[in-house]
Write a protein that binds this ligand. Sequence first.
Ligand SMILES: Nc1ncnc2[nH]cnc12
Ligand SMILES: [Zn+2]
Length: 316
Amino acid sequence: MHDWLNNLPKAELHLHLEGSLEPELMFRLAERNKIALPWNDVEALRSAYNFGNLQEFLDLYYAGADVLRTEQDFYDLTWAYLQKCEEQNVVHTEPFFDPQTHTDRGVPFEAALNGISAALADGRELLGISSGLILSFLRHLPEEEAFKTLEQALPYRNAFFAVGLDSSEVGHPPSKFQRVFDKARAEGLLTVAHAGEEGPPEYIWQALDLLKVSRIDHGVRAAEDPKLIARLIEEQIPLTVCPLSNTKLKVFADMRQHNILDLLEQGVKVTVNSDDPAYFGGYVTENFIALHESLGMTEAQARRLAQNSLDARLAY
Ligand SMILES: Nc1ncnc2[nH]cnc12
Ligand SMILES: [Zn+2]
């Protein structure tokens, strides 16, 4: 079953490039850029990967991203992820990157974007992996900062196809970003947003109605609102669900409590994704394996989940 799941053709629609930074690469880049890390070695870093909630993870994720300084660093990060995609038969990917995580540290926007774009182009040419990049705004920062990021990005309009919304969810509802998402859509960009990971179903309604998103990232708390579930089914709005992330960040106490297969059986267009694989213990295949081992996912269900991911692609 493991090889079969690995070989199943699939798309990944919820992946933060900064979250694919493996400890080994983090240490290599720290050395290359002469940066002192607060951990002695890879094992010490890995043993810090115990999170009680989203914020505890984000604190470490932003600290780790500090080793990314040059265009080459962003290329190496993205290329390492694409090699994983090739290993796991991920034939298409729509990764996020968080420009503000880098520009706020003085890294030029162009260094991040050019490094990522060059690797995605090589992935297309050398590995046959199609892709589209999503520029994601940090929701714990003011909307004004998101506007500045969008302005900075617009000269490179062809390097990305959508904007997204991530970081600390509770207390930062989608409504806070309605105007900047309006502007992004006026520029012809598609929109997606993290909603209903730790935040309430109301945030999913807002993402749909105010931000006009084409997909919901996570969205597992929709299960608390039957009217919302009915709408997601009616409109076949994809949810990019991340099972290992949800258990590592205690959205569900245990994988056996995860609701992805219940949602699938109700007719919600759910997909399987890795979110931040370097921090949560696995890439897409490992997420599928966890669903098989903890929830008894069948081959037929795995096929439908993989097909959903291909159907929910937005970039071509
Ligand atoms: N799971 C997640 N939720 C919100 N923001 C994130 N940034 C990276 N991973 C994230
Ligand atoms: Zn995410």
